[in-house]
Every structure is written in structure tokens, then in C-alpha cells.
Design a protein around this ligand. Sequence first.
Ligand SMILES: Cc1ncc(COP(=O)(O)O)c(C=O)c1O
Length: 429
Amino acid sequence: MLDRRSFLGSVAGAALLARTGRTTPAARPAALPARAVQGDDEAYWRTLRREFLIPADEAFFNTGTLGSPPRAVVQAVGDSVTQIAATIAHWDYKAGHPDYITGYEPEVGLRTKLAALIGATVDEVALTQNATAGMNYVANGLPLEPGHEVILTDQEHPGGRMGWELKSKRYGIYVKQVTVPIPPQNPQQLIDLYVNASTPQTRVWAIPHLTSALAVRFPVAAMCQVARQMGIFTTIDGAQCSGHLPLDMKALGCDAYFSSPHKWLLAPAGCGFLYVNGQQLPALWATLASATWDNYRAGAFRLMQIGTGNLSLLKGYEAAIDFHNAIGPARVEARIMALADRLRAGLQEIPQATIHSPTHPELTSGTVVWSLAGYTGEQLMDGLWTRARIRCRSMGDPWGVRQCCHIYTLADDVDRTLQTAREMARTTR
Ligand SMILES: Cc1ncc(COP(=O)(O)O)c(C=O)c1O
């Protein structure tokens, strides 16, 4: 277990690395088997909380929209912006001089770290702006013919769906939507939805790893295994998952996976990735074309042909991975799940509260969607903020609010939520 000094040492190291541009192997993840919020653990997380810029009296629970990067990440971006602005005249364009932009180089250092984090090879990982870009690269790039079917759910975020809709209108593929039960009772129910909807024309299963609005966690590994046996391509919308759940592409067995590390991985806004299994990569057409669009020896760099991009953002992206690794993905997940379990258990004790996200242990995550009788989603969101400085996001009615527990959440913040919910429940009577 890391104490404050060694943790801060590693974070300071990450910031230094971001400044110098040098990279070292990521810190080894520290496993945390138990899901309980332990006493000594709380002290560790309290210390860690000081690494975030969110004021101490505010509790932020909307990581599902955008995370709050830690100090080391903010500093890495700021330092890089300053350094580039100040020394731009030194950039002589000669071979060997570091570029001041991104978009034309394969960014092997960052992609190597990212690949290690998600259990992929560097050639299989493309840096993108976000999950939406990844979804579009897959939908646009896969060679499908009129009549071919793509199966997805009725709970897709537009950033997981619309590339398929576009392809349907333009090229005549058929997008088939399955209805997710609210809440689903077990993982098999979700597998059956896709299996039962499939026909000989089905070519793609587009699966949300964790849905945006109601936080349903899909049994991705089991579904990819079934799809593989049926000869169906799997593409996973993991926008909500990097930095939230430990990821291993080979264990998941998917063909493509895209995410937005500016959410749970706490990278700066505008940091995404797309993974494509090396066996499938040659079949995928590029969507944006610049110098290297058709160099098939370049791996997923072929899918990074964006023109001039923001190098400083990538410095923050790398610092976010270093920060995450310094804690350890398994420990992050255990903490997030322990807090969300605490929240779920507390809400179940409040008769006026209803949990709309799943409660089956294999379908849960760090996100809890819940409502309070007598309050609209917006009223509940506003009540939590004005009474207790707790920032959740309204999901509309009847779903109430979405509350994402993360490493900047303290057990006290969860308890304050429950206390405020009890007070609000009493007020409406
Ligand atoms: C499941 C899911 N997919 C896709 C997206 C789109 O993410 P981005 O806007 O970062 O591309 C989101 C955003 O909340 C999401 O929750």
C-alpha cells in the first residue's frame, strides 16, 4: 500500500516526467482484494483528495460527464503550453528535434503506456479525441454491404450510436435495436438480447460496456466469446470504463474498443483512444486521411491522421496514466466499488428512494442512478447541491440523478448524500 510520501513522490515524478518528456515504466498496480471501506484506507484517500483542485467542501459526482484531473495533470498541461509558447523559435524542424505539435508522429511513448494499461500492443492503439471519434472510425471504416445488420441497444449514448445511423442512411446497412430491461436482472438476460436478435445477416454487435444514462454494465467478455463463435465483429463502447474498471483487451476478447479517458481516467478533456485487434486492423478503412493513412505497416497510427493536434494535451494524458498507475487500477476499482456499494446500501434503507441502475453484483459499477419520491431529477440534483454541495447530474424523470463515485469521493461525501436524501424525503411529507 502506498503511503502519502511515496504516493506524492510518484505523482511528483509523473509531473517531472511530463515536463522533461522522458518516460519510465509505469508503477506496479497494488491489488486491494476487499471491497470494504477500511479505516486506514480512508486516511489514504483523504490524503489523495488533496491532489485535486475541487474545493474541500464540494463533492463532485459527475465523472460520467467529465473527470476533474489531479494537480499533476493540470500542471503537465500548463507547463507544456508555456514551454511551447516560450521556445517555439527553437523548433528547427531538423530530424531528431522534438515536435511542438502532435498529429504527424506516432506518439509511441504515450501509446505504449496506454497499451500496457489496457492489455493491448502499441500497434493496436490509436489516440483519438474521444469515444465519439472511436465509434465513428469503427462504423465508417468497417466494410459492410447493404442488408448487413448491426445490433445495438436502446440505451446507446449518441457517441456510441450515430456513426451506425449515418452508415445505415448512406450505405443501406440495417441497425437493429434491442431493448434493455430496466434494470436487468442478470448477465444472461443481456447476452440473450443480442443472441436472439442475430440473423445470418448480422455482422456487428455494438455493445456498451457501461451505459451512460442507467449504468448497466454488460458482460462484455462472455458476449465477445459468443459473438466470435458466430463470426460476428464486436465493438465496445467503453467511454465510461477506462480509469473506472481495469481493462484487458485480450481478456475481453473484443475486436474494437473505444473510450474517453477524460472521464474516469482523469485526463484533460479531449483525450480518447481506439483499440482495434491486430487481426482486424487491416480490414478497417481510415476515416481521416493525411500522410500515413494507407501505410498498413503503421498499425493503428493509420487511424490517427488528424493534422495538427495539441501536444500539451498529450502531456496531460500521459500524466493521468502515471497518476492512475501510481495508485493501481485494481485499487482504484476496489475503492470506487466500495463507495458505490455504500451508497446503494444506504439508499436501500430510505423508503422514498429508488435505485434505477442495476443491483445485481455483476452488473454494477461505481455509478448509481436513483430518484427520490416527490422530486424531479432536476429538483433532486439542485437540492443536493444547494443543501450539501453535492454535484450529481440529473438524468430526467423518472430516473432522478446519476451519482458517480470516484477516487476524489470520500466516504463522508456518500454519507452526506444519504443524510441529505433523508432530510429531503422528510421535507416532502
Ligand atoms: C456510453 C457513452 N458513450 C459515448 C459517450 C461519448 O463520449 P465523448 O463525448 O467523450 O465522445 C459517452 C459520454 O458520456 C458515454 O457515456
